[in-house]
Design a binder for this molecule. Structure first.
Ligand code: PLP
Length: 397
């Protein structure tokens, strides 16, 4: 089979573009939102609390604080951790910029620790070398849904007195050694953007077992304002409240939480479907020498937010860019996760230079994200496999 590639004028595998990720909404989700629209509260009402309770119960933590998006969640987690001007915070570079921007919001300094060649998560053997007297916290990212090696990170964090804020935007429902992600860090952030494991349109949450963090997270979510008599300096009467911190308006609406609450009931089914598709992909690509399929560590049970293949470029006659463009021409909505954060011009201006994390840079040069979401049909899955085989065979040495 030597079909002409769509990029060379041949017929594309698909007529329409298959996106790399997408929400999965049913009638029950829609009804749940309608019910809130007809209720007394559109924001800061009972559905926010109900969604927080559902997520806390699902992951097994005492507390949860829902906010307007995952980035806001990371920001208030950093504030609750007391991260401020001049502090250093360790973070992985192969991630969405938000994982590191939240450090900058606090006036602190992101210190990038290179990733592991197989999992693409922070390399636990490279963390200690980056710790200084100024290091206050670590933000490990569960890349693609695979949990970081939390026992090792906990050991280092305890030794150096660091706070762990886990960026689990990809990993709601994933497990580390049979414990749900969210149970093990000091604070864990989830995102409910439409491509994430479940969605609320926009939304984010911090889960924690620590009451002190919980109180602070609540403050920073709403302007730093409290009505708690124990926290207030004064009391003028029952109308009285005080702003005791500089917080933000990071509130999430009941409308959004109604969607989230309905979605979380389906999370385990979504993950089952994602894992099925991943197995199908892995089996199909096993005998393509030019591709390395995602690695799953023995301690991990991933919810697979994204499916990232690595090209073995020395076995191909072209670059990642050409494979990417050829797959797009076949109408497969491929993507790249991620440009190393410090490659971005804003970070360059701050003084970060290429060469800082060689593994991240090398991985970045050879990865492609293939479509993966629960409502993909068998046909969609087959289209992806056929397109990858078609393109890879053409460019194989
Ligand atoms: C999606 C995401 C976030 C948060 O994103 P929001 O769009 O603000 O909800 C943070 N970190 C990573 C790694 C993400 O993928």
């Amino acid at each position: 089979m030597n079909e002409k590639l769509a990029i060379n004028g041949g017929k594309p595998i698909r007529e329409t573009l298959l996106s790399y990720g997408k929400q999965c909404i049913d009638d029950e989700d829609i009804q749940s939102v309608i019910d809130v629209l007809k209720s007394d509260f559109l924001t800061t009402g009972p559905t926010v609390k109900a969604f927080e309770k559902a997520v806390a119960e699902y992951v097994g933590t005492k507390y949860a604080v829902a906010v307007s998006n995952g980035t806001a969640a990371l920001h208030i987690a950093c504030l609750a951790a007391g991260i401020s001007e001049g502090d250093e915070v360790l973070v992985s570079p192969l991630t969405f910029a938000a994982s590191s921007n939240c450090i900058l919001y606090c006036g602190a300094i992101p210190v990038f620790v290179d990733i592991d060649y197989k999992t693409y998560n922070i390399d636990v053997n490279k963390i200690e070398a980056k710790i200084t007297e100024k290091t206050k916290a670590i933000i490990p990212v569960d890349f693609a849904g695979q949990s970081v090696d939390m026992d090792k990170i906990r050991e280092i964090a305890d030794k150096y007195n660091l706070i762990i804020i886990e960026d689990a935007a990809h990993a709601l429902g994933s497990k580390y050694k049979d414990k749900k992600v969210g149970k093990l860090a000091d604070m864990t952030e989830f995102s409910f953007h439409p491509v994430k494991p479940i969605t609320s349109g926009e939304g984010g949450m911090i889960v924690t077992d620590d009451e002190k963090f919980y109180e602070k997270l609540n403050l920073f979510r709403t302007h730093g304002i409290t009505r708690d008599r124990d926290l207030m300096y004064d009391n003028h009467g029952s109308w009285y409240y005080e702003q005791i911190e500089l917080g933000y308006n990071y509130r999430i609406t009941d409308i959004q939480c109604a969607l989230g609450l309905s979605q979380i009931k389906k999370l385990d089914k979504f993950i089952e479907r994602r894992r099925n598709i991943v197995n199908t992909y892995n089996a199909a690509f096993e005998n393509l020498e030019c591709i390395t399929v995602p690695f799953e560590a023995d301690y991990s049970n991933s919810g697979w937010h994204i499916y990232v293949i690595k090209l073995n470029l020395e076995k191909l006659t072209c670059s990642r860019k050409q494979i990417f463009e050829a797959l797009r021409a076949e109408n497969i909505g491929v993507n790249v996760h991620y440009v190393p954060v410090y490659f971005h011009p804003y970070y360059k201006k701050l003084g970060y230079k290429k060469g800082l994390c060689p593994v991240s840079e090398d991985v970045y040069n050879s990865i492609i994200t293939l479509p993966l979401y629960p409502s993909m049909t068998e046909n969609d899955v087959n289209d992806v496999i056929m397109a990858v085989e078609k393109v890879i065979r053409y460019y194989s040495r």
